[in-house]
Design a protein around this ligand. Structure first.
Ligand SMILES: C[S@@+](CC[C@H](N)C(=O)[O-])C[C@H]1O[C@@H](n2cnc3c(N)ncnc32)[C@H](O)[C@@H]1O
Length: 264
């Protein structure tokens, strides 16, 4: 590394998730038409997404609106929150094209809370555990608890620690529209965190990116959700509502905000 590169790296204190180049370079892999179609199927058919008609739903870290659009189409009043202005612009375009309406807010999940404003909060596709400090990730859960009305539901979907531990391979290769995606996962800090290095290769051009995030077991997420104030917490391993066991494909937590007389 040259002195200039080292200086630039030393000065760059921004977090990986604030880097728009990362989301842009890997957009075709992260937000493929297949994923968009899968999101539609999940919202239309999953028992975990059966929110009461006309619910006020917060899509936290909504990205380009893969879930926002079908949720709005299902008749819910949807708010999408994301820190990325370009992502929100894509989400608005997707809503317009689909003929649905949603409200969008450019905000950090760490700072966003609207007390009692939502009946459901969804946080999809491993959009949690991004902050380096455990306390900050816990605060995100506290914010969702604050934003829910009593009796409201939080749904979080992440790659579970148990699922990752089951896999033999730490390197994967896929191809999309002539672009190769190589993903190499490294477990850090005694299975506390995961670093995922990504390489998108097209001809002689390669883009690289890296994300480091907390890796949660169901037990750890249960403890955090309890500390954030949630009472009833259940886990599922897929969107059909299967248990979170050795066959699980995702770690999906469904947590309820209890109803108490003070309305907390
Ligand atoms: C993995 S993508 C998932 C997007 C969407 N939930 C989906 O299922 O397609 C994560 C999204 O979170 C946004 N994001 C990353 N860090 C964030 C933060 N600290 N606060 C709010 N949004 C964030 C990114 O801009 C990106 O759109």
């Amino acid at each position: 590394m040259s002195t200039e590169q080292a200086q630039a790296q030393a000065q760059d204190t921004s977090a990986w998730f604030e880097d728009q180049a990362f989301w842009n370079d890997f957009y075709p892999h992260l937000f493929s038409p297949e994923r968009a179609a899968q999101a539609v199927r999940i919202v239309e058919r999953s028992p975990l997404f059966r929110f009461p008609a006309g619910s006020r739903v917060l899509d936290l870290c909504c990205g380009p609106g893969l879930f926002t659009v079908p949720l709005a189409r299902a008749g819910h009043t949807v708010t999408g929150v994301d820190l990325s202005a370009p992502m929100l612009s894509r989400a608005r375009t997707h809503c317009r094209e689909a003929g649905v309406e949603a409200r969008f807010v450019e905000a950090e999940m760490l700072g966003f809370a609207e007390p009692g404003a939502f009946d459901a909060v969804v946080n999809m596709f491993t959009s949690f555990g991004y902050y380096d400090r455990h306390e900050d990730n816990l605060q995100v859960l506290r914010n969702t608890h604050t934003s829910l009305a009593p009796g409201g539901t939080l749904l979080i979907d992440v790659v579970g620690k148990e699922i990752l531990a089951r896999l033999d391979e730490r390197v994967s290769l896929s191809e999309r529209d002539g672009k190769l995606l190589v993903q190499r996962d490294t477990v850090l800090d005694d299975w506390t965190r995961l670093r995922s290095d990504w390489y998108s290769i097209e001809g002689s051009h390669a883009a690289t990116g890296s994300m480091t995030l907390f890796l949660y077991s169901a037990g750890e997420l249960r403890d955090m959700l309890g500390a954030a104030g949630f009472t009833d917490v259940r886990f599922h391993g897929d969107y059909d509502g299967a248990p979170y066991d050795h066959r699980a494909e995702r770690l999906i937590a469904v947590a309820t905000k209890g109803v108490d007389v003070r309305g907390n």
